[in-house]
Write a protein that binds this ligand. Structure first.
Ligand code: GLY
Ligand code: MN
Ligand code: MN
Length: 424
């Protein structure tokens, strides 16, 4: 768990970037309707959670900065017996005062009234632009009268880029649960008939181990389905002789994991599948070995493009020189995505890739990112040797940048042909 003292420190850091005479409002997520009167499971807004650690809806965090002094106010839903009968216990104002190291706590129903009071004479207004419609509901009266309006999100996201020990611990826990899930999938694949059955095995393991949710909708794609990058229908039959791409990761205490393994439905890789798989694996291992502070993500991508292009030429998937295929972007047809992304409270963590000057941010200690090269060979592409068509392979690990290198946080998840076949 992340202690309140850490949330307090995060808020203190954020307050530093606020201009004098400002007001900054962050709102909790709203419930989202699934259909009619049923809602999706509630998930707190990541930026709000990062600063407050508060899990309930109908809450808000408000910073009021005069000159150097700042007041932090938390708004929470008031205790309400009837509401609580249907929806469960609320923290309420009294308890929130004890739990959270803020200056004042009010009921959420007082937010508008307090805003009217606090916005007087404020020059700067900050809110999360990703939450526009919702924030404007509360701020509509002040958007015209306050001179300078700023997006607070990039400032929070800058902080989110660097993970604390407590955050790293939660990410490691999420990955350890995801490891059990992928190993279960490898063990069960042979005896199951449909992609969704395999999805159920993965998600069973998530829930059984206390992961509240998946971090994103699991992809279980057999054969050619893996060539649809965000395939989530997971409703096709598992065919012996085909590969299954499984991209699945749980969320544990709000922290994500994001792991892909590609496994044989029969339990054994064919000769051709092994050739493709080991080519991608070698690329992934080479990219991993490059990782250390100071290296740029674009350098990793460039090298991945070079190595995958070479691998595809060697296997007869691309023709001509490496240079030609890169220049003409021929590789893009079979490797259309990036090498990886930041990960944290969100699977694609809302953290910047460039600094204020527009320059790429190099890797530094305590960042977490994924490394996920892949190749996607559609079954109807006549340029590909027949034996390789209808296969999609991705291998994805989650990596922590350390002082002088990296730690592969998902190194314990079976990845070599031998390891996967042994579990199958
Ligand atoms: N699971 C989404 C991704 O790999 O980026
Ligand atoms: Mn990913
Ligand atoms: Mn993924």
């Amino acid at each position: 768990m992340i202690p309140e003292s850490e949330y307090f420190k995060r808020r203190a850091k954020l307050v530093n970037v606020l201009k004098p005479n400002s007001l900054c409002l962050l709102l909790a997520a709203e419930y989202k309707v699934r259909s009619n009167d049923s809602e999706y499971p509630y998930r707190q807004n990541s930026n709000f959670y990062y600063l407050s650690g508060f899990k309930e809806d109908q809450s808000a965090l408000l910073f009021l900065k005069k000159n150097k002094k700042t007041k932090t106010i938390l708004f929470v839903a008031k205790k309400d017996k009837l509401q609580e009968l249907w929806n469960g216990k609320r923290c309420g104002i009294k308890r929130a005062k004890k739990l959270f190291d803020v200056d004042e706590v009010y009921g959420f129903d007082e937010l508008e009234e307090k805003l009217a009071l606090f916005t007087q004479e404020k020059k700067h207004l900050y809110f999360d632009f990703a939450n526009q419609a919702f924030a404007k509901k509360y701020l509509r009266n002040y958007l015209k009268s306050i001179k300078h309006i700023h997006n607070i999100a990039p400032h929070i996201e800058q902080l989110r880029l660097i993970k604390s020990d407590a955050e790293i611990k939660l990410i490691k826990k999420a990955i350890s649960i995801t490891k059990e899930a992928h190993h279960r999938a490898m063990t069960k694949a042979k005896e199951l008939r449909f992609e969704y059955e395999l999805q159920a095995e993965l998600e069973y393991e998530f829930k059984k181990n206390g992961a509240y949710s998946d971090a994103y909708t699991s992809i279980v794609a057999c054969g050619n389905a893996a060539n649809t990058l965000h395939y989530i229908s997971n409703n096709k039959a598992l065919k012996k002789g085909e590969l299954i791409l499984i991209d699945a990761g749980c969320e544990y205490e709000y922290y994500a994991s994001d792991i892909t393994r590609t496994i044989p439905a029969s339990g054994k890789f064919s000769k051709e599948q092994k050739e493709l798989y080991e080519m991608v694996l070698e690329v992934q291992l080479r990219i991993l070995s490059m990782i250390k502070p100071g290296v740029k993500r674009s350098e990793l991508q460039k090298e991945a493009v070079k190595l995958l292009t070479k691998g595809m030429i060697d296997l007869g998937i691309l023709q001509g020189s490496i240079k030609h295929n890169i220049k003409k972007e021929k590789y893009k047809k079979y490797y259309p995505h990036g090498i990886g992304h930041w990960m944290g409270l969100d699977v694609h963590d809302e953290a910047p890739y460039k600094n204020k000057k527009g320059e790429e941010i190099p890797l530094f200690e305590r960042m977490v990112l994924t490394i996920e090269p892949g190749i996607y060979l559609p079954k109807d592409d006549k340029n590909i040797p027949k034996k390789y068509r209808g296969v999609g392979i991705r291998i994805e690990d989650d990596v922590l940048i350390t002082k002088d290198g990296y730690e592969n946080l998902s190194a314990g998840i079976a990845k070599s042909v031998e390891e996967i076949e042994e579990l199958s």
